[in-house]
Design a protein around this ligand. Sequence first.
Ligand SMILES: [Zn+2]
Length: 153
Amino acid sequence: MPYVEGLPEWSMFPDDDSRRTAIEQVERGMMPRSIKDVVFFIAVVIVLFFVPWLVADFLASLLPPIGAWNKRLTWVLAILGYTVLVYLAIRRDMPKALRGQLIKAGVPICLKCGYDLRGLPADRVRCPECGRAFDEEVVQLIRTAASSADSPL
Ligand SMILES: [Zn+2]
């Protein structure tokens, strides 16, 4: 999975099962759910394709005329550029999406900065790293973890 390669969030999942579930959920979350989503999705695809196409067209026009190859080169470059832009867009949103999934999997993490909140005392309500107030779900996870660490087995 190149989209998650090297992300610290990816290594924080308790096991491969939870990783698989997380990716499924994230992919589901990317699917358009309404007409408005579909229109937006198509608009994004057009922009992400049109911008590299314009650049590619310009680059190909700088080359000496090589017949049909100028046009072919434009398309190859445009598709390449589109692929790179889509990858970057997904990769940019991936850490935040994974943090949400980590919390669902029972791993407390700061949604804003990705700070690992495991082992934090139960009375904390803000991220020690960035100061963001925790959501209720995160507060519960920290409390549960702290109380089970306190009580002798
Ligand atoms: Zn934080």
